[in-house]
Design a protein around this ligand. Structure first.
Ligand SMILES: C[S@@+](CC[C@H](N)C(=O)[O-])C[C@H]1O[C@@H](n2cnc3c(N)ncnc32)[C@H](O)[C@@H]1O
Length: 219
């Protein structure tokens, strides 16, 4: 019998691997040289050398280069092995731990045995990753992974296409977000600290409305 979940997972990985193999950063519709919008939200989180940060789908983002300057421990995740390879070659540092994982799957499954299910993070950072998860099962798995990983007192930054944003990216449909939906899915253990609608102008000069929201885990 064909395992359709496994097949869908392999298809998604292949899709992203193809993009990161075929295109330069400047050709990626989400690429930004200036990460100050994300960094301005992270100022609330008091990142230090003792912090552990989780990048949900880092791609080849220059945000990672900026976060390395904080001396924090970085867990850099992506579904694309090609993106991780490109990023790790560029960064050439031992400060990052690389994780190759589909966040639409539960951390406690057996797909990737290299993951330490008990890791805990101070800040979970997601720019333009969550919105690619489309089924309730994938979205619930993502939020369960997040909730089991972010420490009490820790933070979650979600930056996703907003309800007024684009419906597709990278050739894939997206699930648009509001702050209310993020809060509902996070539940009452997470408190909203700040949020902002932000129009990102991509490398092709197209406007891409995002919603940025920072939450703190309070219990
Ligand atoms: C639009 S790009 C954003 C990359 C990066 N966060 C940035 O801001 O430049 C989406 C990224 O999420 C990754 N991704 C997509 N689906 C994922 C999933 N289910 N689990 C983990 N990463 C995923 C892709 O490989 C890609 O690197």
């Amino acid at each position: 019998m064909i395992n359709t979940n496994k097949k869908a997972n392999e298809d998604k990985q292949a899709h992203w691997d193809y993009i990161f193999s075929a295109k330069e950063d400047a050709e990626l519709g989400w690429s930004e040289d200036d990460c100050s919008q994300t960094l301005s939200f992270l100022k609330h989180t008091a990142i230090s050398a003792n912090s552990t940060l989780f990048l949900a789908g880092a791609g080849t983002s220059k945000l990672v280069d900026e976060l390395i300057k904080t001396d924090a421990n970085l867990i850099v995740n992506d579904i694309s092995a090609k993106a991780l390879e490109t990023l790790s070659q560029r960064l050439n540092t031992t400060q990052c731990q690389y994780l190759h994982y589909d966040l639409g799957l539960p951390f406690n499954n057996n797909v990737n045995k290299s993951i330490d299910e008990n890791f805990a993070v101070d800040v979970w950072i997601d720019r333009a990753v969550l919105h690619f998860l489309l089924t309730e099962e994938q979205i619930n798995n993502y939020f369960d992974n997040l909730k089991s990983t972010v420490k009490c007192g820790g933070y979650v930054l979600l930056a996703e296409f907003s309800n007024t944003g684009a419906t597709h990216c990278a050739g894939l449909a997206v699930h648009q977000y509001s702050v209310d939906e993020m809060q509902t899915r996070l539940g009452d253990k997470f408190e909203l600290i700040d949020s902002k609608e932000y129009i990102f102008v991509n490398p092709f000069q197209q406007e891409r409305p995002y919603i940025y929201a920072l939450f703190q885990r309070i219990s």
